[in-house]
Ligand binder design. Sequence first.
Ligand code: NAD
Length: 333
Amino acid sequence: MYEITLIPGDGIGPEVSAAARLVLDATGLPFKWQVEQAGEAQIAACGTPLPERTLDAIRATGIALKGPITTPKGSGFRSVNVAIRKELDLYCNLRPAKNYPNIATPFTGVDIVVVRENTEDLYAGIEHMVGEDAAESIKIFTRKGCERILRYAFDYAVQNGRRKVTAVHKANIMKCTDGLFLDIARQMATEYPQLEFEDMIVDALCMKLVQTPQRYDLLVLPNLYGDIVSDLCAGLVGGLGVAPGANIGRDIAVFEAIHGSSLRVAGQNKANPTALILSGVMLLRHIGEPAAADAVEQALIAVFREGKTLTYDLGGSAGTDEFARAVAAELGR
Ligand code: NAD
């Protein structure tokens, strides 16, 4: 029995998480889903958008599948998504982006894994007003933080047959913070002679990514660049609807799509659940079920190839649940 914490989230979260659950259940593996809540609606009930019982549940199962959660812009509570990563020390955000058949994109042959540091950088949220007319935010990089994300990236590359690691930074300008990241990357690369290694400045990388994305294999980046560049990579392969992710710590992993709560299409049974289903594929690999992971991925590919049951973002008109049922039906064939 695999006990998994399921956090539906808000906006399109409940719809896409129900779809992902349906598909994972269709693998026939014995899942016990423990549903827990987080988000604005919890403030009235628990006084906080991130109840301690939700964190405890994730700590207990060690694995969660999570829908997106809205963060108010400007004022209001701080991101629950960032808080979960920080509270559970999920230091690695793994975001693969690859082409799937029949999903129209300007590129073919893209297969990039983005490894984003998930706990430091400007996301530490240490910011304040300086008087009334200025604001200051502090960018934190530690040796420990840089070392563990870079170690994860190099080890992941070796274990998953990747050939090249690109460390991304802006060390020409931020010589202390990004400089520390780059120094450690260069040093660590010498321990992996079987991998090609290069470093690139983040702005140059962005330009190259939209020209020749095929030349990249695994990118490892500090938190802020990783956040932005992983959305860019999602755009290279069909958009946020098809871009999965995982937040990984030493003993705990939380699987969630890159996309947000997409309030514009929430509650309309329109959202594409592929990103969260693919996050479920990552979950299956994480728990040691590679055959089930391959089966779900192949079922998705079959539905894309057939092209009859696609959601609006991929040019179709299928509902979220209809798409999930089509994938589950493929699994049953
Ligand atoms: P978003 O990802 O919700 O939406 C961006 C665009 O992509 C929209 O046009 C949306 O309709 C489309 N889109 C996203 N997911 C889709 C899907 N599955 N199927 C079809 N179309 C999809 O980004 P946003 O509007 O910047 O953020 C909305 C809210 O979500 C904000 O409050 C933000 O803070 C939050 N957010 C949460 C997470 C998370 O929970 N990890 C991540 C990003 C943003």
